[in-house]
Design a protein around this ligand. Structure first.
Ligand code: F0G
Length: 458
């Protein structure tokens, strides 16, 4: 008999989590203005708000913390991380930052100006936010297949090379500071980009003389999908695939809170010294000196170790198989979600579930609140609230897809938790026709509103 699959680690430390009653949750979510970000974590039983900074560090990462060198300049921890970045990505230059959006802020300060055009595959909201903040425009060139949630396509994060070339043809070269490839593509459902597609983007970039940057938050999960789905890569190691992926980019921004399995941290990697030098100025202004940039020495040590562990196949297999386990349960219950299952999360198709609700009533948010009320599970809306208003017309932007994202923290929950999530969502799904009203906004910020928005039940 073939042995069943089991995790590639065992548990050394645990943290209690609390159940609550529906009555408690009704009170708490009302006090939170129906915004799940406003809940206290103690009011949550299973927290799927994000997989960012919520992972469990390993014994080796915790021990690396003790060796942190807290010198202001030239710390050994900086060089440890520098060497690891060179080893994993092949880049000679890097700047530490406190997280991913800080890396975007520094890099875009050096590269993006008013009126610029930045094509990419469904830019993440902070990426788009940093582009639009500079009065530039992010143009989505994701393949159309990504917007049909039922369609099974191995690389739904891919860029449509025709759409991309149209953009490159339409605007002068000096208006396009870079093409951004997000690996995996969070906004389209944690969907990977194939190496074939990456090479296609690189070829177009070379033809038009444009740089290519990667938004690298979940680069290792992307490499796992290349290994398991793309012909010719099945016998390569994850580290070999990562090296090849990054050989086609000029620079990278990294939120280390995801695939490097640390609770805080980020960096920018550069192939080119000139761009690195330009960005140094902004790093010193916004983040800190160039050898710590918002991170303590111990954090850089844990990050260097995390980059190593996060690019091991056994860890990644455990990780992705857990997300697939939850996906299989939901599929069994007939719950629609972005197929195939993404790397870090399940993206539940709220439009298909609450199809009677008008889009003006924030259906994915409505579904997120219902799941919280059902079982104390906190997901996040990836829909109209997140999409913000158009910066020019100030009208709501209604994205093609309305998702409830269930992001799975790394090495944190067991498959018993996955079973609870699946049944809770099934219970909401079964009573979907009784959910006839959604929410309206009473207060919102001018940009990145979903974090602080206040809502009222209609
Ligand atoms: N890029 C991608 C693809 C992301 O998913 C994130 C963060 C960032 C950049 C920004 O990084 O949070 O370290 O500043 N995503 C988190 C999420 C917040 O929940 O998906 P950060």
């Amino acid at each position: 008999m073939e042995l069943p699959f089991a995790e590639s680690y065992k548990i050394k430390m645990v943290e209690p989590i609390k159940k609550s009653t529906r009555q408690d949750r009704e009170k708490w979510i009302k006090e939170a203005k129906y915004n799940l970000f406003n809940l206290k974590s103690e009011q949550v039983f299973i927290d799927l708000l994000t997989d960012s900074g919520t992972g469990a560090m390993s014994d080796r990462q915790w021990s690396a913390l003790m060796l942190g060198d807290e010198s202001y300049a030239g710390a050994t921890s900086y060089f440890k991380l520098k060497n690891k970045i060179k080893e994993i990505f092949g880049y000679d230059y890097f700047l530490p930052t406190h997280q991913g959006r800080a890396a975007e802020n520094v890099l875009f300060s050096a590269t993006v100006k008013e009126g610029d055009i930045v094509p990419g595959n469904s830019h993440f909201d902070t990426t788009k936010g940093h582009i639009e903040f500079r009065k530039a425009t992010a143009v989505d060139c994701t393949i159309d297949e990504a917007f049909d949630t039922t369609l099974v396509h191995p690389f739904k994060g891919n860029l449509d090379l025709n759409k991309l070339e149209d953009v490159l043809k339409k605007y002068p070269r000096e208006k396009i500071p870079m093409i951004i490839i997000t690996v995996t593509c969070n906004s389209s459902g944690g969907q990977p980009v194939s190496l074939k597609n990456i090479k296609g983007v690189r070829a177009l970039a070379d033809k038009y003389g444009v740089k290519v940057f990667y938004d690298s938050a979940r680069f290792a999960e992307n490499a796992y999908f290349i290994k398991t789905r793309e012909k010719g890569y099945e016998n390569k190691t994850i580290k070999e695939i990562v090296k090849e992926m990054y050989s086609y980019a000029d620079a990278m921004t990294m939120s280390a809170k995801k695939d490097a399995i640390v609770n805080m941290g980020g960096f920018i990697g550069f192939r080119d010294e000139e761009l690195f030098k330009k960005a140094c100025v902004y790093n010193i202004m916004f983040e800190g000196y160039i050898t710590y940039g918002g991170m303590s020495g111990r954090d850089m040590n844990a990050l260097a170790q995390g980059l190593d562990e996060g690019t091991e196949f056994d860890y990644l297999e455990t990780r992705i198989k857990q997300v697939e386990y939850l996906g299989a349960k939901l599929r069994e219950f007939g719950i629609p979600f972005q197929e195939p299952v993404g790397g870090h999360a399940i993206f539940v198709d709220a439009k298909k579930i609450l199809h009677n609700l008008p889009k003006e009533q924030y259906l994915a948010q409505t579904l997120a609140v219902e799941l919280y009320l059902e079982a104390g599970i906190r997901g996040v809306e990836i829909g109209t609230l997140l999409a913000d208003r158009d910066p020019v017309t100030r009208e709501n932007r209604y994205p093609k897809l309305e998702f409830l994202r269930l992001a799975i923290p790394r090495r944190v929950y067991t498959n018993n938790h996955m079973d609870v999530i699946a049944v809770a969502l099934k219970n909401v799904f079964d009573r979907r026709d009784s959910i006839t009203t959604g929410y309206k906004i009473v207060k919102e910020a001018p940009i990145l509103r979903h974090f602080t928005v206040e809502l009222e039940k209609i």
